[in-house]
Design a protein around this ligand. Structure first.
Ligand code: SF4
Length: 381
């Protein structure tokens, strides 16, 4: 079924249907040898390092990930080091990357590897899939990149390349279409597993041609077959590509329906007592679980942060605006109004921990609250 975004479904082009996967694989391997970026996680075959990089790269740009990856491996260089680290240390190393479930899952998986496998990293796809937070993509990436196994991968970049190459107009999130894309990815990496010259790339440690093929698909999606304005003129696959031939590269893959955006106003109360600040920890199971933040309250209607502070801490409360931040969590657009609150001794304060300025720097804070803390240290009372 067409996803409804196009006037007419793209029919499968003979050229793509008949293109030899061997030719495609050969071209991709050659292209990758000439164009691969020199990235820190490409200088190793260590499955632990590759796993960390793959999880960090989900939902996050390469340039953002590099300093996090390097800092993480300096602090927790092995799976055993991660398994024995305190949860707050793990969250602190992840602070600012968002989607903190990824960090908690890494921690749980490392503990599983140490407890159940004596610290040996699994190399088989089915064993990798047993690790907390490891889905088909991550398992395939680690199996192929670290161990050169013919395991397919399908992330956003690979999905884009394959839907365009084969002119697939159906929604790639649909069950049948997704199964077809996995099959196409499997077909290519299986061909790569046949005897192929392994590309020699300066500065890169490659486990073999399955690793190179999977990385070449991701690299092509990241550098050439980009979401907007794909550079078909520079693409090594343009001779095989249905979307390019039919002038629909910019329309594929079919976009997900946009989620309804919800606007939200929130006030963060910065309460100080004898040089300490009140923080509370986010509860388990929710957004940003385990991270610390200043106490917050949602602002309804036109209610001002000052009115919210006075209704909570008493009419005599003095309120000093600190900073207004705009950020998003999934489809919520949040404006966070941080205010310094000076209340009298009778005020009933929320439960939490009174933290020194040093603790404020060392505890893991959600990104917006980290910015509030930074503003606070730049704005003496
Ligand atoms: S020819 Fe264009 S649309 Fe096709 S794979 Fe290459 S960059 Fe993508």
């Amino acid at each position: 079924m067409d996803c409804g975004r196009h006037n007419a479904p793209v029919t499968r082009c003979r050229i793509a249907a008949n293109s030899s996967p061997r030719k495609v694989v050969r071209i991709l391997l050659r292209w990758f040898a000439a164009h691969a970026r020199d990235l820190p996680w490409r200088r190793t075959r260590d499955p632990y390092s590759i796993w960390i990089s793959e999880v960090m790269l989900q939902q996050t740009q390469v340039a953002t990930v590099i300093p996090y990856y390097e800092r993480w491996l300096r602090s927790l260089p092995t799976v055993c080091a991660l398994a024995t680290a305190a949860p707050q240390r793990v969250l602190k190393l992840w602070e600012g990357l968002g989607y903190y479930t990824r960090a908690r899952n890494l921690h749980a998986a490392a503990r599983h590897i140490v407890a159940q496998r004596d610290g040996r990293f699994p190399d088989a796809l089915d064993e990798l899939l047993k690790l907390p937070g490891v889905g088909r993509y991550t398992a395939g990436a680690v199996a192929s990149i670290a161990f050169n196994q013919p395991a397919p991968i399908l992330d956003g970049n690979v999905t884009r390349v394959l839907t365009r190459l084969h002119g697939i107009a159906e929604d790639p999130r649909g069950k049948m279409t997704s199964a077809r894309l996995w099959q196409l990815a499997q077909g290519l990496v299986s061909v790569a597993a046949e005897p192929n010259p392994v590309p020699r790339i300066r500065g890169m440690v490659l486990s073999g041609s399955c690793s190179a093929l999977n990385q070449s698909l991701m690299e092509l999606g990241a550098l050439v077959c980009t979401p907007r304005a794909p550079r078909c003129g520079e693409c090594p696959l343009r001779g095989f590509c249905v979307a390019h031939r039919t002038g629909r590269a910019g329309e594929l893959p079919c976009a997900a329906p946009r989620a309804r955006v919800v606007q939200k106003r929130v006030v963060a109360f910065v309460l100080e007592r004898r040089g300490r600040f009140l923080l509370r920890q986010r509860p388990a199971g929710g957004v940003n679980a385990g991270l610390w933040e200043f106490p917050t309250a949602e602002l309804s209607g036109n209610r001002t942060p000052a009115a919210a502070a006075r209704s909570q801490f008493g009419a005599a409360t003095e309120v000093e605006p600190l900073i207004v931040l705009r950020h998003s969590i999934t489809s919520q657009r949040i404006s966070l109004h941080a205010v310094r609150v000076h209340c009298n001794g009778d005020a009933v304060l929320p439960a939490g921990r009174w933290c020194t300025g040093k603790a404020l720097r060392t505890l893991p804070l959600a990104r917006a609250h980290r910015r509030v803390a930074e503003r606070l240290s730049a704005t003496p009372a």
